[in-house]
Ligand binder design. Structure first.
Ligand code: SAH
Length: 259
């Protein structure tokens, strides 16, 4: 199914993902329909494949983005208890998924993309400015892009939180802490970085590709595989990690100045 959802237009691509049951929820479909992948993928935007965006980065394939959003959906949507979901998109690259997630978090939600290549941070912002909707999301503060090492997550510097968010019911904010309802990681981690698990709210969910320990224990320089993990933190702070499926993501690495 994956890789077979090529389209001739954005609507067609999303319909193919729907027909192939890679998208199964109408709210996910509608969010993807709102974001033209051509604003983010410089080549073959409606093909179900990853495309290079420069700086050793790729925009992931549409079926991977679909799978991530399907699994994160219930944590992305605003609820009476949590009207302003906070989302962290680590390795935001093209900015595509950051935009799609912003379509789901509601008017009071926020999505922060972290990128360690400054040019890609700027690219994501420029990509969003190609549409009126993307521009409005940036201007309202619902979407922000920052340069940083995503392996450490992101702690908001004082005064950086969205003003509107500050006006939320004070009790909700204090009881849930800062942290993130959703952490999406768009590059493969060598380990389940503890800072990321700590920064998850309770409840919260992280979607993260992680290198396998040693490609099945064979040793001898075998290429290490990767799997997506869903890390759930329940209301009581109990963490459960589930290995979902095998993937191939570019690595989460040291920044351009540190290699
Ligand atoms: N979700 C993005 C994926 C881009 S590829 C998209 O679909 O467009 C992965 C991205 O992770 C690259 O842009 C890369 O520069 C970034 N990255 C790698 N290591 C990182 C780190 N330690 N901190 C922040 N970003 C990182």
């Amino acid at each position: 199914m994956a890789w077979r959802s090529h389209g001739v237009s954005n609507d067609d691509l999303i319909q193919q993902l729907w027909r192939n049951q890679l998208i199964t929820d109408e709210r996910v479909r509608d969010a993807f329909l709102k974001v033209d992948r051509a604003h983010y993928a410089p080549t073959h935007p409606y093909s179900d494949s990853p495309q290079s965006i420069g700086h050793a980065a790729t925009i992931s394939a549409p079926h991977m983005h679909a799978s991530a959003i399907e699994r994160l959906l219930s944590y992305l949507l605003p609820t009476a208890r949590n009207p302003a979901p906070r989302v962290l998109d680590i390795g935001s690259g093209s900015g595509y998924l950051t935009h799609v997630m912003a379509e789901l978090v509601g008017p009071r939600g926020t999505v922060l993309g972290i990128e360690h290549v400054p040019q890609l941070r700027d690219l994501a912002e420029a990509n969003m400015r190609k549409s009126a909707e993307g521009t409005a999301l940036l201007e309202s503060g619902r979407v922000r892009f920052r340069v940083g090492d995503g392996r450490k997550g992101w702690v908001e510097p004082d005064g950086e939180r969205r003003a509107e968010e500050e006006q939320q019911d004070a009790a909700t904010v204090t009881s849930r802490g800062e942290g993130w309802d959703v952490i999406h990681v768009g590059a493969a981690a060598v380990t389940m970085h503890p800072e990321l698990v700590e920064q998850l709210r309770a409840p919260g969910r992280m979607f993260i590709p992680v290198n396998d320990d040693d490609a099945g224990g064979g040793g001898g320089g075998e290429r290490v595989g990767q799997h997506i993990w869903a890390v759930d933190k329940d209301e009581n702070g109990k963490v459960e990690k589930k290995r979902l499926f095998a993937v191939r993501y570019v690595p989460l690495t040291d920044g351009p100045g540190e290699r």
